[in-house]
Design a protein around this ligand. Structure first.
Ligand code: GDP
Length: 280
């Protein structure tokens, strides 16, 4: 397997982001709370150096609360501001503005001292595909906020969404590509459904998920499917197929159906709040 390709559209997106970075004070980076590191591309640390940094741990409705707290401390100790969020239900949204103001306090203070008035803090949302950028921008900025349109000195076509009298947000998010530093990162990204399931076939992905869950969250599969967890991962999948009556047309057990079911139920939170990556 070789994930190290870097097609032209990614290079272009990166260049675009470098340009956009010149316009902003604050980078709002979304990560997936279930895999806070694997859903980041560390290139952003370089692209966003000298900027204020806010990490939104999104989809925290699906993640293990204790782990989400541990990851929040991890990022805070590295100089990031952090807010835990469920962009879909808007949980945590109230905090975002406060934390943005807090993150940019220094700049606003500096502007004030220099007598610069009415220069809003400018922010941009970035993150890998499917992490919830559009959902966040829509529900955060929503319809209530008027778009301010092009401004002198700003790249043509850019729209700023005025969030309040102090903050403006670039209306288009910057897309970061996930970085497949090792096989586990690719696996975790595939498990949360943020890359196409082509890294592994569904059966393999389900076996890997079973392996991870029985190790990190013993009892979860037993509770959900009534299976014996003290057997080989492949046998657990067979038992899930039996217990859930996953049958093919010829009335034989259909493991692929069971695999798809398991992965779907994991992704939609039916197995509970689960984080696949532990703070080291
Ligand atoms: P983008 O590619 O980063 O812009 O991601 P989208 O905003 O299109 O969201 C991808 C999917 O994740 C959509 O199906 C959203 O409904 C879902 N989603 C976004 N935020 C959350 C969240 O906080 N919790 C849950 N459970 N789903 C979310």
């Amino acid at each position: 397997m070789n994930f190290q390709w870097y097609p032209g559209h990614m290079t272009k997106a990166k260049r675009q982001m470098q340009e956009d970075m010149k316009l902003i004070d604050l980078v709002i980076e979304l990560v997936d709370a279930r895999i806070p590191l694997s859903s980041r591309n560390p290139d952003i640390d370089d692209l966003g150096k000298n900027k204020y940094r806010l990490i939104l741990m999104n989809k925290s409705d699906l993640a293990d609360r204790k782990q989400t707290e541990a990851w929040s401390s991890y990022f805070r100790s590295r100089g990031f501001f952090v807010v835990c969020l469920d962009a879909r239900s808007k949980n945590g949204m109230k905090n975002v503005t406060d934390v943005i103001m807090e993150a940019c306090k220094e700049k606003m203070e500096r502007d004030r001292k220099r007598g610069i008035k009415n220069r809003p803090v400018r922010a941009m949302v970035v993150g890998i595909p499917n992490v919830g950028k559009s959902t966040f921008i829509n529900s955060y900025a929503g319809k209530a906020c008027a778009k301010t349109g092009n401004k002198p000195g700003v790249t043509k076509g850019k729209q700023w969404i005025r969030l309040n009298k102090n903050v403006e947000l670039l209306d288009t998010p910057g897309i970061l590509w996930p970085k497949f530093e090792d096989q586990m990162v690719g696996l975790r990204l595939a498990l949360i459904g943020s890359i196409k399931d082509e890294i592994l076939n569904t059966d393999e992905l389900a076996i890997e998920l079973i392996h991870i869950l029985t190790g990190m969250y013993p009892g979860v599969l037993k509770d959900r499917y009534g299976v014996d967890e003290e057997q080989k991962d492949t046998d657990i999948l067979c038992e899930i197929a039996e217990k859930r009556n996953c049958l093919s047309k010829g009335n034989e057990l259909d493991y692929s159906k069971a695999a798809t079911l398991l992965i779907d139920e994991f992704r939609s939170g039916k197995l509970g709040k689960i984080t696949l990556e532990i703070v080291k």
